[in-house]
Design a protein around this ligand. Structure first.
Ligand code: ATP
Ligand code: MG
Length: 570
């Protein structure tokens, strides 16, 4: 795997693993796995789990991390998801080598385990309907009722399970249940279902099976079969642990993985649950799993996030047992930090205002030197054409500027990046709307390159493009997917109600000619506007499409600062 950028921070899981290695538990070896269900695309929450599992394996000598698909629910699964998950894990920089597994590879073995449980008197075929089973389960405060089929003989159970497998029964007519305790305070221990009949072809086993193991049965046994030492999962599985331990104990398996739970990642202004993300895809709220607004790995990639930035983010948020919501500004900080180091600088104008430089010769064009990265002067320079008519941002001009507005205004002089000082001499307005449509300026030929020989200072530097040379492109600007910080906060309210209708804004974009033919996936910093990534789906040589990855404004740093100030005040 790729080395993490910095020494990984210690956390309670790394401490447990280190202690086990030191005590020579499992012969001092560490085996982890990342176990997705192939029923959706991976999201940033999965990245946390991937970094943790692959990271811990890599940090320990002889450590291994498997990629295992827990593919026990064929009605929700698809090879499209399998392929996307593999691509995303690889893209994040992790390598499972030859350790790619599928729970479906163990179907025969799992079936044999089920037979073994029946023979031990620990499982039975129940012929109640799903509704009846639910009714008999009891509640948190009320114990459940034993199924009338609980006392079936071992022989009868073995014969019925075999006939279930042979396809002799209707879907839902029988299930295999563990025989545990219908009065257990843990509802999951009240004779949970282990197998069900489902005539759905499986994306890997086709029509071979018409009974499928339940997730809980397959998951803990798959871990055991693979010799996993530390089975890391999110907190909601804490209550499943008792069942996993029961299954592994009753089957006297050789390997009994140690389960350790950690808090799942929640991110503000978005949702991190495949079930909910699927609703956005199917409801047409967004263009697909890889819509750049999505918190999916494929969405973040298309938006311009790099694997490094996501790994650094996962390292920064740490691993704990306490549930919390991480501020999305921290994710934005991580990509900004990475791109700032290497993304080439270019210029483009999003909301153009035409500027005519009256004293600049009409047919003259100058190729001016521009730095590709002012923060890294070792990076090359490029040429940017300058001519008599240019565009600046509408926001960079105010006819009647308030006190702290230092950009262009009537009679005021500013610097054009890498070019000249210009001074605004005349404002042209639309007669009907009174909107400013054009400015007339003069330039000072002695200020070429952006400084004045007489030491004259200006307070603002504006980006610009030359009208005759600019390329017309499309810019897609993104905002939070949801208006609420925690869209799932209220249980009875549909989370989609707070979908942000302005989460995507499409603008036409005038960009400098050096961007001609920019390749999909390329990332640039448009000076003063933010980082943009050439869209990998819709951008073509003829019509470039830029996704804004993130703005330059560092909301995270500002937030930290204001928090510190607040603390000081207290
Ligand atoms: P979702 O709720 O999005 O459907 P899931 O847990 O059902 O998630 P799986 O495919 O089963 O999705 O997840 C694979 C692994 O990723 C599991 O070990 C799970 O615990 C972990 N994981 C899923 N979501 C998060 C999250 N938000 N933060 C950290 N780990 C997560
Ligand atoms: Mg799951």
């Amino acid at each position: 795997m790729t080395k993490t950028e910095s020494t990984p921070a210690l956390n309670f899981i790394r401490n447990i693993v280190a202690r086990d290695v030191k005590a020579n538990k499992n012969n001092g070896l560490v085996a982890t796995r990342f176990p997705p269900e192939p029923n959706g695309y991976l999201h940033i929450g999965h990245a946390k789990s991937i970094c943790l599992n692959f990271g811990i394996a890599a940090e320990n000598k002889g450590g291994n991390c498997n990629l295992r698909f827990d593919d026990t629910n064929p009605s929700k699964e698809d090879v499209e998801y399998v392929e996307s998950i593999k691509e995303d894990v690889r893209w994040l920089g992790f390598d499972w080598d030859d350790r790619l597994f599928y729970a479906s590879d163990y179907f025969e073995q799992l079936y044999q385990y089920a037979v073994q449980l029946i023979k031990a008197g620990k499982a039975y075929v129940c012929s109640l309907s799903a509704d009846e089973i639910r009714e008999n389960r009891g509640t948190l405060t009320k114990p459940g009722k034993n199924s009338p089929y609980r006392t079936r003989s071992i022989e009868e159970n073995l014969a019925l399970l075999e006939r279930m497998r042979a396809g002799e029964f209707e879907d839902g007519s029988h299930v295999l249940r563990a025989k545990i305790d219908m009065a257990s305070p843990n509802v999951l221990m009240r004779d949970p279902t282990l197998y069900r009949i489902r005539r759905v072809p499986h994306h890997r086993t086709g029509d071979k099976w018409c009974i499928y193991p339940m997730y809980d049965f397959a998951h803990c046994l798959s871990d055991s079969i693979e010799g996993i030492t530390h089975s890391l999962c999110t907190l909601e599985f804490e209550i499943n642990r008792q069942l996993y331990d029961w299954i592994l104990y009753e089957l006297s398996v050789d390997c009994h993985p140690q389960q350790i739970e950690f808090a799942r990642l929640n991110l503000s202004y978005t949702v991190l649950s495949k079930r909910k993300l699927v609703e956005l895809v199917e409801g047409g709220y967004i263009s697909g799993w890889d819509d750049p607004r999505m918190p999916t790995i494929s969405g973040l990639r298309r938006r311009g996030y790099t694997p490094e930035s996501i790994r650094n983010f996962c390292e920064r948020i740490g691993v704990a047992r306490r549930d919390s919501i991480v501020d999305v500004a921290l994710l934005e900080y991580s990509i900004r930090e990475d791109l700032n180091k290497w993304a080439p600088r270019v210029m483009g104008v999003l909301r153009p205002l035409r500027v005519v430089i009256d004293n600049y010769p009409e047919d003259k064009v100058e190729e001016l030197d521009a730095l590709n990265n002012p923060e890294d002067p070792a990076m090359d320079t490029r040429k940017v054409p300058f001519s008599r008519i240019i565009y600046i941002e509408q926001d960079d001009f105010q006819e009647d500027p308030p006190k702290k507005f230092f950009r262009l205004a009537p009679g005021r002089e500013v610097r054009l990046r890498y070019a000249y000082f210009i001074k605004c001499m005349e404002v042209v307005k639309d007669e009907k709307t009174d909107k400013v449509v054009e400015l007339h300026c003069t330039y000072d030929p002695d200020t070429r390159g952006g400084s004045s020989p007489d030491g004259r200072k200006v307070k603002a530097t504006l980006h610009w493009v030359s009208e005759a040379h600019a390329i017309k492109a499309e810019a897609r600007l993104y905002d939070h997917l949801f208006l609420l910080e925690n869209p799932s906060e209220e249980k009875d309210v549909d989370f989609k109600k707070s979908f942000n209708p302005n989460s995507l804004k499409v603008l036409s974009f005038l960009v400098e000619p050096s961007l001609e033919g920019a390749a999909p996936g390329n990332i640039y910093q448009f000076e003063r506007l933010g980082y943009f990534c050439v869209d990998s789906v819709d951008s073509t040589d003829k019509s470039l499409v830029f996704n804004r990855t993130v703005t330059l404004r560092d909301t995270w740093a500002r937030l930290q600062k204001s928090r510190k100030n607040e603390q000081k005040k207290r």
